[in-house]
Structure formats: structure tokens, C-alpha cells
Ligand binder design. Structure first.
Ligand code: BV8
Ligand code: ZN
Length: 243
């Protein structure tokens, strides 16, 4: 794999237009359970059975318990070398964009600025009725209420079956369409529309690279597949980037 890593490294740096898509795998080495890994279960529930509007409508207290548990867990986690390497790459490359599926906020804590949280954030809450929305890092009550209208708040994330924010999707598609290099890091490439970004990049002539512990349904699409821990591979790519 050393040859492939060096070849990918040679394509980064300078004013290359690089778009990186990340998933739960980049936070795994920070101790954040991945969505579908062995540790992805919470009290016998699968995350994707709770990250849905119908689950919240039927059992708001259970869904808020799930999100308050995740907020508490992530609050005690630190960014790992994968997050730090991506923030370093951004500082080295003026045409770098990070698109993350993660809602844990660890990329921001690692220093990433040119970043799109396409599925929202655990640290955003918004009203289920009025337009109140805020960033909130505090310990929330079991059923947090809107300070403006008194109705129930919800986590500021995109649930399964919900559309992405139009502007977010438009920006992602626009930037991926112009990328010279597209890196897909730490994602099982199962969730749409993120899972189709690799094909979109390829259709527009980008070099496509997968960095993941294991193969995914997109591996066959990739020009390069670097299989191993993101916390080891990304720092190698970020070290001494080509000017
Ligand atoms: C939408 C926020 C349309 C909530 C999340 C087309 C085809 C099929 C299905 C659909 C489709 N279009 C829409 C759907 C339905 C659905 C979907 O994709 N379902 C899947 C399950 C089949 N998509 C949607 O509903 C999306 N909405 O398309 O809207 C629409 C339009 C108009 C009107 C109405 C609707 C919305 C999807 C967003 C869902 N919200 N998160 C929350 O987090 O609580 S997604 C959730 O999954 C997380 O954000 C997570 O990041 C994301 C993806 O999972 P991964 O990040 O890939 O994590 P996973 O655990 O799966 O994999 C981790 C990988 O890392 C593994 O491969 C592992 O090997 C690797 N790894 C582990 N450790 C390491 C590592 N790699 C490297 N280093 C390591 N150390
Ligand atoms: Zn309100």
C-alpha cells in the first residue's frame, strides 16, 4: 500500500481542488461509536431506528435520551489524528473542502473551518414548531422546550427520510463537480445521498480515493483504496504536503 499512499500524497497539496467526505469511521479512534459497527447499538436499539422523525413523534423521550447520551459521550471525546490531519490539509490547500456526514462536531474542534456538516450537528437544537434554533453544549433536560413558544425542541440533525438542507446539497454537488481529487474517508458508503458523491466525482474526472478500515460498496469505483485506520493514513498524507 506504501506505493499507493505515496501516489495519492503526490496528488495533494498546492492549489489542487480537493474534496473530502468523512463518515463515522474518522471519529472511531476518538471513542465515538460508529453507526453500523459492533459498538453501534444503544440499549438494544439501532441508531438508524431512532434517527427518524416517526421514532421521535412516537417516542420523543426515548429519542431525546439517545441524543443526550450521545452528546454526553462525545463531549468527553477528543479529536484524533484523523481530524487533526484534515484540519492541517485545509491549512495547506486553499482549494480544500471537507464535507462530513458526522454530527459529533469533532472536525470543528480539530480546527477545520472550510467544512459542511451535511447531516447537521448534535450541538444544534431547534423548535419543532417555530423558527427558534440555537447551538447548545449544555446538559439538556429529558424533553427540552422551546424558550420562545414552549413547544418541544428536536436535535438539529437530518434524520432518515428527511431531506438535506438544499443549500448544503447544492454546495456539495457544485464543489464535487470541480474537484481534482475526492477522498472518501471512514464511511460505509451506505447512506444516500453521500454514498453517491464518489460516482459524481468520478463522472467529473476527479481522482477518487477511499480511506477506510474495510472495503465498501464504493471500493470498486475508486482509483485508490487505502484500507486501514484513518488516524494512521491521514497523518501520513498530510505530512509534508507537496507545496
Ligand atoms: C434523503 C444524522 C430524500 C442523524 C444521519 C436512495 C437509495 C436508498 C436509500 C435512500 C435513497 N435516498 C434516500 C434514502 C433513505 C436514506 C438512506 O440513505 N438510507 C440508507 C440506510 C439505505 N437517506 C435519507 O433518508 C437521507 N435523506 O435522501 O432525503 C428526501 C428528499 C425529499 C423529501 C424527503 C426525503 C438523509 C440521510 C441522513 C441520515 N442521518 N445522521 C444522527 O447521526 O443521529 S446518517 C448517519 O449515517 C450518520 O450521519 C453517519 O455518519 C451516516 C453514515 O454512516 P457512516 O458514517 O458511513 O458510518 P458507518 O458506521 O456506517 O460506517 C463507518 C465506516 O468506518 C465503516 O465502513 C468502518 O469500517 C469504517 N471505520 C471504522 N473505524 C475506522 C474506519 N475507517 C477508518 N478508520 C477507522 N479507525
Ligand atoms: Zn418554538
Amino acid at each position: 500500500m506504501l506505493g499507493e499512499l505515496e501516489m495519492v500524497k503526490a496528488m495533494l497539496g498546492g492549489d489542487r481542488r480537493v474534496v473530502v467526505l468523512t463518515g463515522a469511521g474518522v471519529s472511531a479512534e476518538s471513542g465515538v461509536p460508529t453507526f453500523r459497527g459492533r459498538d453501534g447499538l444503544w440499549k438494544r436499539h439501532r441508531a438508524e431506528d431512532l434517527a427518524r422523525p416517526d421514532a421521535f413523534a412516537a417516542h420523543p423521550e426515548l429519542v431525546w435520551e439517545f441524543y443526550n447520551w450521545r452528546r454526553g459521550l462525545v463531549r468527553d471525546c477528543e479529536p484524533n489524528p484523523a481530524h487533526l490531519a484534515l484540519a492541517a490539509m485545509e491549512r495547506q490547500m486553499p482549494n480544500f473542502l471537507l464535507i462530513t456526514q458526522n454530527v459529533d462536531g469533532l472536525h470543528a474542534r480539530a480546527g477545520s473551518l472550510r467544512m459542511v456538516e451535511m447531516h447537521g450537528s448534535l450541538w444544534q437544537v431547534r423548535c419543532t414548531v417555530c423558527t427558534h434554533a440555537r447551538e447548545d453544549f449544555t446538559d439538556l433536560p429529558d424533553l427540552p422546550e422551546c424558550p420562545v413558544c414552549g413547544h418541544l425542541l428536536r436535535p438539529g440533525v437530518v434524520w432518515f427520510g428527511e431531506p438535506l438542507t438544499p443549500g448544503v446539497l447544492r454546495l456539495a454537488i457544485e464543489q464535487i463537480g470541480k474537484a481534482d481529487v475526492f477522498l472518501s474517508v471512514g464511511t460505509s458508503s451506505l447512506v444516500q445521498p453521500a454514498a453517491s458523491f464518489c460516482q459524481l466525482a468520478k463522472d467529473h474526472g476527479a481522482v477518487t480515493v477511499e480511506i477506510n478500515r474495510e472495503p465498501t460498496p464504493n471500493t470498486g469505483l475508486m482509483d485508490f483504496a487505502l484500507h486501514g485506520p484513518a488516524g494512521e493514513i491521514l497523518p501520513e498524507l498530510a505530512a509534508g504536503l507537496a507545496e
